[in-house]
Design a protein. Sequence first.
Length: 170
Amino acid sequence: MTSPALDAALADIDIVFNGCTSPGESACELCHLPEEAAYLRTPYVRIPADVLRMYAFEVSDHFDDQAAAMRRLLPQGARALVMGEMEPLGLGFHGLAVVDWRTWPADQSAAVETFVLAWWADVLAAPEPPYRIVEIFELCASVLRSVTPLLDRWHASPVADAHLARCVDR
């Protein structure tokens, strides 16, 4: 169950990144099958969960255009994050933490930031988030390149305080 703010952020991601592709993408031909790279070039086709996760956390030099690949992955990838389908979350940087998404067109960069902050707000209110709270905090902080907006949204409540204690212990 998500909040209206997160639902709106996911809808915006769907609209803003609808049909995005990485047109010339071949990906790393040593590590990825041609049919896996074809998903990055093909709009409106569901990407298998294992391929989605692999590309979302893939290192930069495995792409011809990592920013375009991240745009292609965002609609399905954002929903997969929210649903807890990107496990294990803590193994490497998410591609959004690597690309310079803040230089993307305003509607795209706003959609990314709004999504991350709305997801974080939902996670803080969830007694059992889809991943370990420390992993979510690290992912959100790495994508935003700052902990400040996350800490600004950390309002005291029994659930949020328990999450804070886990992060501090870590």
